[in-house]
Design a protein around this ligand. Structure first.
Ligand code: ADP
Ligand code: MG
Length: 276
């Protein structure tokens, strides 16, 4: 049998690259960003999928405007849902919301593992994982479960979010996963009536932090009511307004990420030898 030399994520047959989208805390727009990045990869002509690993607060069904249950194929496998050319899997398709809320850590990890391994992802160039917020056990396990091509950190410009983002960066560095870069979301406020741009959270903090740490800065997404509305309605900007300024920004970031993972530019920190 021929070895799949091109497949980094050997654990998921057919999937070439798996990237994690992470943030130190919730509410920074990680799910919105993951969704639009997956769509950005698809817009580039790549085969893309998204795995919603946020068991306690799944967002991808709403973001993609998807309802219903995935079809079962064979005794154990599920077919991912699909919208706008992107394959989507989320716990939100499988159990009632209140049900998963009470799961303990071990069940959460097993649910994520099943969504990785028992879903017929097919041939994908890139699988985006929308990680739960924070840097706990679930995130760490997740980071070690699949050979990730890298992690993208989403942060708002606020100091507090940046402190949390630093924790996220430290976590991935500890397990030798390359940081593909930082995205500053809700970077500045774009007034829907006069188009005036106001940096209400002190714009540019994420860029400075990235520069300070020698991590690529991938770009910024403004705080715009349009991004919120389209997300709430299951009409993500990259799919529904591909020529708009926000869509173009997301696609540009997707291109930068793809160029880093496909050329192997994302540098993996040298493994440390630990003598016990
Ligand atoms: N750039 C943005 N402009 C306006 N609203 C945004 C933006 N990014 C995210 N939001 C909104 O902020 C809320 C939290 O976003 P979400 O992606 O769910 O965050 P997280 O996954 O980090 O918890 C959602 O209501 C979303 O629509
Ligand atoms: Mg989320």
């Amino acid at each position: 049998m021929q070895a799949r030399a091109t497949s980094k994520a050997a654990g998921i047959p057919g999937v070439k690259h798996v990237i994690a989208v992470a943030s130190g805390k919730g509410g920074v727009g990680k799910s919105t960003t993951s969704c639009n990045l997956a769509l950005g990869f698809a817009a580039m002509g790549l085969k893309a999928g998204i795995l919603d690993a946020d068991i306690y607060g799944p967002s991808q069904p709403r973001l993609f405007g998807l309802r219903g249950k995935p079809r079962q194929i064979g005794p154990r496998m599920l077919e991912p849902m699909e919208r706008f050319g992107v394959k989507v899997m989320s716990i939100g398709f499988l159990v009632e919301e209140d049900n998963a809320m009470i799961w303990r850590g071990a069940m959460v990890i097993s649910a994520i593992t099943q969504m990785l391994r028992e879903v017929a992802w097919g041939d994908l160039d890139v699988l985006v994982i929308d990680l739960p917020p924070g840097t706990g056990d679930a995130q760490l396990t997740m980071a070690q479960q699949v050979p990730l091509s890298g992690a993208v950190i989403v942060s708002t410009p606020q100091d507090l979010a940046l402190i949390d983002a630093r924790r996220g960066i430290a976590m991935f560095q500890k397990v030798n996963i390359p940081i593909l870069g930082v995205i500053e979301n809700m970077s500045s406020f774009c007034c829907p009536t006069c188009n005036h741009v106001t940096p209400i959270f002190g714009h540019g903090g994420a860029r400075l932090e990235a520069e300070r740490r020698g991590i690529p800065y991938l770009g910024e997404i403004p705080l715009d009511i349009k991004i919120r509305e389209t997300s709430d309605e299951g009409r993500p900007v990259v799919a529904t307004e591909p020529d708009g300024v926000h869509a173009r920004q997301f696609v540009e970031i997707a291109r930068a990420i793809w160029s880093a993972i496909s050329t192997g530019v994302a540098s993996r920190p040298a493994p440390r030898i630990v003598i016990e």
